[in-house]
Design a protein around this ligand. Sequence first.
Ligand code: ZN
Length: 141
Amino acid sequence: MRYLIDNNKVFVALDRGEEIFSSLEKLALQENWQAAHVFAIGAVDKVELGVYDPASKGYYLRQSFPTIAELVSLDGNLSYKDGKPFFHLHGVLCGKDYNCFGGHLFTATVAAVCEVNLHILKGNVVREFNENIGIAHCMIR
Ligand code: ZN
C-alpha cells in the first residue's frame, strides 16, 4: 500500500493480494480518520457481495465471486461502529462478458491494482443499531 495525502483528500494505491477492508481500516486507525467519502476502481477477486433483505430485517443475502472481476466502481463511506473504523462500501463489478453486477461489499482482494480515493471529513459519524431496519445506521456528531 502506498498513499498520498493532500489536505483532506487521499489517494491510496493498494497492491495485489491486499484485502480492501482490512487495509483501509488499518490506514484509518493509523491516520486517525473518523469519517470519509470513499470511491475506487481496480481489479479484484475473492469478492463477497450482499443484498439487504427487508423480509429478514437486516440480514443480507450473500454470494461469493471468487474469480477476477473489474471493479468498475466502488462507492461508500467511513464511519465508526463499536469503537472501530467501519467502511460501508458498495461495488459494481464486471466479468469478461462485460455484464455488470454488484451490491453491498463484504470483502474483496486486490487482483491487480485498486486505486482508492478518500475525502476525509471533519467530525464523527457513528453507526448505531436501528431495530426498525435491523442494521446499524449513521448518527452524525
Ligand atoms: Zn450496504
